[in-house]
Design a protein around this ligand. Structure first.
Ligand SMILES: [Zn+2]
Length: 169
């Protein structure tokens, strides 16, 4: 340890690295959830203006909402809407009739008890999807994202599957 007073005084501009995190999906981003939400909104507006991206809109919304359940899946009904929607995309090949039936089944006050949501929600986020440079890569990344989210929700798979089975096409 050098004696005090012998060292030149050096002013450094040291700052801690910015490691703000979205408390929903875990994305490291300055601004946390608010900044994550802005990324999502930018994606949604692209999807509504470009048909090549629009076909994946439903899946993108379901993935994002399931990764941010504090905001989008507060009720059992909203959790089921997104989780069963993801189930349809992954296990029923995105069958449009199944989506319609799901929507109808959730009209009114469906008798649902909300299961706990997982703490970890997959190692893939909206930021990974946004890194796509063309529509086919975008589609590939959205499906990878969907797989991550679906796996994270494994404990609730049967809750969603049973509901879909009870409301067949
Ligand atoms: Zn997030």
């Amino acid at each position: 340890m050098p004696a005090k007073g012998n060292q030149p005084r050096v002013h450094t501009c040291w700052r801690p690295a910015v490691t703000a995190k979205c408390d929903g999906c875990g994305l490291e981003i300055e601004g946390g959830y608010d900044a994550c939400q802005r990324l999502f909104q930018s994606r949604v507006s692209l999807e509504t203006s470009d048909y090549r991206y629009a076909r994946l809109h439903r899946l993108v919304v379901d993935c994002y909402c399931l990764q941010h359940p504090q905001q989008y899946c507060m009720s059992a009904k909203s959790l089921m809407a997104h989780l069963a929607g993801l189930c349809i995309a992954i296990e029923k090949n995105g069958e449009q009739k199944a989506y319609r039936m799901l929507q109808e089944s959730l009209n009114g006050a469906p008798p649902l008890v909300k299961p706990p949501v997982p703490d970890a929600k997959g190692g893939y986020t909206i930021a990974d999807v946004l890194a796509a440079s063309n529509p086919s890569e975008y589609a590939r990344r959205v499906h990878a994202w969907a797989d991550h989210v679906w796996r994270a929700y494994q404990a609730t798979w049967n809750w969603a599957r049973d509901w879909l089975d009870r409301h067949p096409i």
